[in-house]
Write a protein that binds this ligand. Sequence first.
Ligand SMILES: *[C@@H]1O[C@H](CO)[C@@H](O)[C@H](O)[C@H]1NC(C)=O
Length: 177
Amino acid sequence: MFKLLAYFTLAAIFMLTTNGFMFSHKEKCQISVYKGGKDFSGDKIMANKSFIPYLKSIGAVAKGCNVRIHVVGSYKQLKTPTEYVLSSQMPLALGRGIYFDLQNPKGSTVCNKLCMTTHSWKTLPEAACFIDNVQKKGVKFTEPNLLHDGYTSKASTSEIEALKVATQKLCAPKTKG
Ligand SMILES: *[C@@H]1O[C@H](CO)[C@@H](O)[C@H](O)[C@H]1NC(C)=O
């Protein structure tokens, strides 16, 4: 009788720990809110873990150039993981980029999308300071207004698509039922 009880107790402990082990190794969504502080304004920033160091560089360069990053887009949850995404928008489907414009510390626009596409930023000292220096820190700037980590220009289309589908599935809001 005692032996049997001991056996069941051990079996129960074994099952619990194995499940716990499996649970802790289950893949989790890596996208979370990034609180950038006063070097950022605008939309809430949602980013993948791997993009956080880039956001830190972006904030530091902005501060040094006396501008503020006004965020107009970051991680985008798609309707379905397999939804087609233009390559110019892929960094946002991966949580590895932001759309932005530049403001001064008081919140007036220094350089918007038009200013960036027309290259007027080159003639605005603060904007030129930001865009030149952020690229020296390894952040990629793609016209009109995308800052990203460059992953989508290095990896193959199929690798990118696989990562997109996996991330979008993991990060999809849980539906009831
Ligand atoms: C998110 O970041 C993690 C950790 O750095 C990385 O392993 C993963 O591939 C990234 N996911 C995406 C979609 O970039």
